[in-house]
Design a protein around this ligand. Structure first.
Ligand SMILES: C[S@@+](CC[C@H](N)C(=O)[O-])C[C@H]1O[C@@H](n2cnc3c(N)ncnc32)[C@H](O)[C@@H]1O
Length: 315
């Protein structure tokens, strides 16, 4: 039987259209949004992630005082970024999203191996290392400059930095870039050891970084949140700033994975109701797009039961 490439709840199938209709019905969306939040927090706390405590700690952490310093006043927010997202009316442009992103990231890793009773730290470590192992196989032998696009609160960035720092003797400079200054302020506070060289507030489509200045660019769990034209522009920008032989690596939900295809209806409805670009992502030929913009396609690997890693190389 040929492999199914996408779930029925995404794209043009009747199931997908029915879900979309449901979501577009405003009062229903409001209730779902509220429920999604409650389920997320309750489940996380049951599994040992102190969601509300983390929030309070971050409120007192000094992150808010960093906002002005980290905000780049020249940044223009695209329309797609200014819609309600993840149950937040202001999407990623608010403290609520930034103070909850870390807990949500740990919860996400726990959902990958539900049967294995992992701690949230162990699940996070396994999630990252499954990606790093694949990326490592395609990386140049010596890596000096690494960029994590859509770095959020920096969990992916710090893990990536440590991976390359441990892999080689020579130093690695790692940069995290995000469009939300709130996320970046939290990232900066959480980077207690100052391992990351710079936290940059910019559009990943228009980073302002120099041509040919990075060996590795990653997009970790970011492109399922983007409309396709934005992803394509980001790939073009990554091609520009990578050195020849440099690598782009994308890890994200795997539309072909049985876990994703068989998500319970309550979950895929909640997911689609809080992530407006789902249909775009789950029906997107990412590999073809990488090639279209000029990357040499290297591989796609199911890096864990829910996610796939895609690697491209700049010629
Ligand atoms: C799900 S989070 C990424 C998680 C993080 N990379 C990790 O693996 O833990 C997606 C992030 O992408 C950022 N983002 C979305 N569109 C962006 C854009 N056009 N440019 C830069 N960052 C963007 C959001 O602000 C958000 O912080």
């Amino acid at each position: 039987m040929p492999e199914k490439l996408k779930p029925d709840w995404a794209g043009e199938d009747w199931l997908s259209r029915s879900v979309n209709l449901l979501i577009q019905t405003k009062p229903i969306y409001k209730v779902m949004k509220h429920q999604a939040r409650q389920v997320l927090i309750r489940t996380a706390e049951k599994k040992g992630i102190p969601w509300r405590q983390n929030y309070q700690d971050l409120e007192r952490s000094g992150a808010k005082e960093l906002l002005d310093q980290i905000t780049n006043p020249q940044v223009v927010y695209p329309d797609y970024y200014q819609v309600p997202f993840h149950a937040y009316d202001r999407g990623n442009l608010c403290w609520e999203a930034a103070f909850e992103a870390g807990s949500a990231t740990y919860s996400m890793a726990l959902r990958v191996w539900p049967q294995e009773n992992l701690t949230s730290e162990a699940a996070q470590e396994r999630l990252r290392s499954s990606f790093h192992q694949i990326l490592g196989k395609y990386s140049p032998p010596v890596v000096s400059d690494v960029l994590d696009l859509g770095c959020s609160v920096g969990i992916s960035t710090v893990a990536l930095h440590r991976y390359y720092s441990q892999r080689q003797d020579s130093p690695v400079q790692t940069v995290g870039l995000d469009l939300s200054p709130y996320m970046l302020a939290v990232a900066k506070i959480c980077d207690r050891l100052g391992e990351i060289s710079r936290w940059i507030h910019a559009q990943a489509e228009d980073t302002g970084l120099e041509n040919n200045s990075f060996d590795i660019v990653t997009l970790q769990f970011s492109i399922h949140e983007l409309p396709r034209p934005a992803t394509k522009s980001i790939f073009q920008e990554a091609l520009r700033i990578l050195r020849p032989g440099g690598v782009i690596a994308i890890v994200d939900n795997n539309p072909a994975s049985p876990v994703i295809q068989n998500l319970p209806p309550a979950l895929f409805v909640l997911m689609k109701s809080t992530e407006p670009w789902s249909d775009d992502y789950y029906t997107f030929n990412v590999e073809a797009c990488l090639q279209e913009v000029g990357f040499e396609y290297q591989t796609t690997v199911a890096s864990d039961p829910r996610h796939r890693t895609i690697v491209g190389r700049k010629p």
